[in-house]
Design a protein around this ligand. Structure first.
Ligand SMILES: Cc1cc2nc3c(=O)[nH]c(=O)nc-3n(C[C@H](O)[C@H](O)[C@H](O)COP(=O)(O)OP(=O)(O)OC[C@H]3O[C@@H](n4cnc5c(N)ncnc54)[C@H](O)[C@@H]3O)c2cc1C
Length: 300
């Protein structure tokens, strides 16, 4: 059991981790090893560097600083977060072995901004009317129905695995040639790599229109493109989202108790300094929450 699990090892996640660890709590950082900063060749506007520093080097420095403090950093892709017993949370990773379990009292979402939302006509209109972002939450609505999953990475595979035991058929909608067919070897699984033009329906989603003029009848579509992000995790837990950013209070806590968010995923100024500030704020708030929790336990 961890006191805190941080998803993301960018400036927000690492900063929070440093504060939480230094306060004596048991913190784990899980990260996929890619930050928005890896794409930045030169950083010239962050405090303390006389010469420009590359984003990659800055990220590496942060991770090394955390490791030097004894923070455990696991290189894994997170695919989901579930509610667990006693108001705890369970963080699920791709290719998780049976004996691996990540249970925690608090969670910090710090996976950066969503930069790869699919831009397909119909997605917005049918959100909640057949378009879903959460197989764990919504799969049961599609018992013996035909559903599709948009995406082909670990996140999409995770969603497909949730749906296969429940749905009649599951179609993986992907434009990639690199199918992961053998990972989900099931006769209910179909793969369709035609280019999608639009999702259509009346009150509910009903069909997919492909660019080649063909259509496919469908009852539900689960969006799981690229890597799952803080926004996806927040949506799955039922946290409040506005304009694709997570809503937090002054302590960086989402509308779900003990789930915090920091950095680019909360919107506003998408810069390192703001990510570090929110990492600090969330780290301190998590420390206070954990201290409160241990007091409650002590006096019981
Ligand atoms: C090209 C470019 C140039 C930029 N230049 C500047 C600049 O000059 N100055 C400046 O201040 N800012 C710059 N920025 C913005 C800056 O990179 C971000 O504001 C900052 O990195 C946000 O920090 P973060 O911790 O919120 O997220 P990120 O740095 O994006 O870190 C996110 C972390 O989450 C992890 N992650 C994501 N999904 C998962 C998952 N499913 N499972 C596990 N881990 C996951 C990633 O691997 C990463 O460790 C630039 C951004 C870009 C794209």
């Amino acid at each position: 059991m961890y006191d805190a699990i941080i998803i993301g090892a960018g400036p927000a996640g690492i900063t929070a981790g440093i504060y939480i660890k230094r306060a004596g709590f048991n913190v784990l950082v899980i990260s996929k090893n890619e930050s928005a900063l890896n794409k930045a060749n030169k950083i010239e506007n962050y405090y303390g560097f006389e010469q420009p520093i590359s984003g990659e080097k800055l990220v590496k420095n942060g991770i090394n600083q955390a490791k030097a403090l004894g923070i455990n950093i696991v290189s894994k892709e997170v695919v989901g977060i579930k509610y667990s017993e006693n108001n705890h949370y369970e963080v699920i990773t791709a290719n998780q072995s049976k004996d691996e379990k990540y249970i925690t009292k608090t969670v910090l979402l710090a996976t950066g901004a969503n930069r790869n939302r699919p831009n397909i006509k119909g997605i917005k209109e049918y959100e909640g009317k057949g378009i879903s972002y959460c197989a764990v939450c919504d799969a049961l609505f599609y018992k013996n129905k035909d559903v599709a999953v948009l995406g082909n990475g670990e996140y999409a595979i995770g969603e497909i695995e949730e749906l296969l035991p429940i749905a009649k058929t599951v179609t993986m909608l992907t434009d990639s040639k690199e199918y992961i067919e053998n990972r989900s070897n099931n006769e209910k699984l179909k793969i369709n790599n035609k280019k999608i033009q639009e999702f259509r329906g009346t009150n509910q989603i009903e069909e997919i229109q492909f660019e080649d003029g063909t259509t496919e009848k469908i009852n539900g579509i689960f969006i799981a493109q690229g890597t799952a992000s803080s926004l996806d995790f927040a949506k799955k837990l039922g946290a409040r989202i506005e304009n694709n950013y997570i809503i937090v209070n002054e302590n960086m806590e989402t509308t779900i108790p003990n789930v915090y968010a920091a950095g680019d995923c909360t919107g506003g100024i998408l810069q390192i300094s703001k990510a570090v500030y929110e990492g600090t704020k969330s780290g301190l708030a998590i420390i206070n929450k954990l201290r409160e929790m241990s007091k409650i336990k002590y006096y019981k």
